[in-house]
Design a protein around this ligand. Sequence first.
Ligand SMILES: [Zn+2]
Ligand SMILES: [Zn+2]
Length: 513
Amino acid sequence: MSNGEFLRVFIPDRYPFAMKSLAARHHLQIGIICRLEIDLTSCKQSADLDSNRPKNAGYNIRLSLIIQPASHGAPLPRIVIADDDDDIRSIVELGLNAFGFEVFAAPDGEEGLRLVREKKPDAVVLDLMMPKIHGFAVCQAIRNDPQLKGLFIVVGSAKAYAADIKKVKTLGANIYLQKPYDLQVLADTLRAGISQIPASATAAAQVSAPPKKPAQEVSIPTTPENSLLQVKFWGTRGSIATPGRQTLRYGGNTSCVEVRSGNSILLFDCGTGVREAGMGMLREFQKQPLHIHLFVSHTHWDHIQGFPFFTPAYIPGNKLSIYSLHGTDKSLERIFTGQMDSTYFPVDLTDMMAEFKFIELEGPVQIGDTTVRHVYLNHPGVALGFRVEHAGKSVVYVTDHEPYYRLLGDNDSSHKLDHEIDEFARGADLYIREAQYTEEEYPSHRSWGHGTWKDALNSAHAAKVRRLFLYHHDPMHDDESIDRIVESCRTYMRENGMTFECYAAGDQEMVSL
Ligand SMILES: [Zn+2]
Ligand SMILES: [Zn+2]
């Protein structure tokens, strides 16, 4: 038979097609596109398609497909199809038969895997959302079975999420076809895969991710007040976001502070507040390419959880430099990649189109005229505080820190370590310092890695800072609790001769230095 000819196929009744709809549309698109046409010469009228046909009758149809000439004498390539959709399974079975494949069909993953092991096919066509065993697991089981080495795997699914397609490829599938897929593309793909030649361009196009646009030249925007440090709080809550009526004034977003320093945009932590920080940048700069410097104190959820929602990271042409330390058992990049693993998030880190650079800090960072230094904090895992200096102004960011004396006791060695933090904050124009607990709350949270508002005040006083902003508010503290804490702070300051300004940081609050 030559290309372009119609192939006449008899479909017995046992194939559960929606034949009436097929007759009406002269083609079928139910998960696969197979361009079936009713051979109307054999169906005298549409009544033939109704239920008064004799039992065990069938339909003559024509496959208007371009077909490869069948190879005479050679054994047919063997295919297993596993799909729980009866219509799709039947059509693929039928169509591939017509294309010269020997086909074995299974209605679920378990049966599909059994058939694969029994029939030793050349290729398998897998659905994903199948009963008994999901397509992911079938794919994985095939790749883990040395007896099935080299088996060509096509996954055909209605799942359109990039994360799923990536996952399928990670698990070892050769080709992913988005349903509805073209029967001819499937046949071409199988033929190409079995003979180990590159799959057809059509099939390949269905699986390749969109190419990343080349990075453009980045021009860093100029802030309105070029020589100043400007600080904006986007998230001031600790531990977990706490939206609601009780936190309207101070806000419920977790850690994120933006610092505009000369011509540079710096972010400190990317808790849930970073989503709005990103929206703010887009409103302000629109399509202007940005280079954003993100300093991450540590990678506990409340400090990174907003990152997947940071829109500028998805925009080609933007640059994102991410600074922190190597994690306890994995690299900084791996931690960020892990957060966006498909188990936790539908979009992969590689889908973010900005240019990324992960920098594991070894010393001070110079960004234009701005210097950022870091210090170790006392917190489970690895945690850092940061100090930004620009044009004679300074901002210090110390969150998630439990003073050493709290755990080590009042002694020289703990005082020395606490003194180092105070020195790090020495003379800061703005000291952003965690103050998660009250003295009453602290004992039941000892060794959780946080301190109290008194610790923040004592450190600010020792460091002779100009302004203290209490930060990383406990989720249990509503607006009124925070007001009371600020009142207590002011009383404590009066009693102890402390003269710096003291405020509780609130989301969206801005400070110019
Ligand atoms: Zn935290
Ligand atoms: Zn933490």
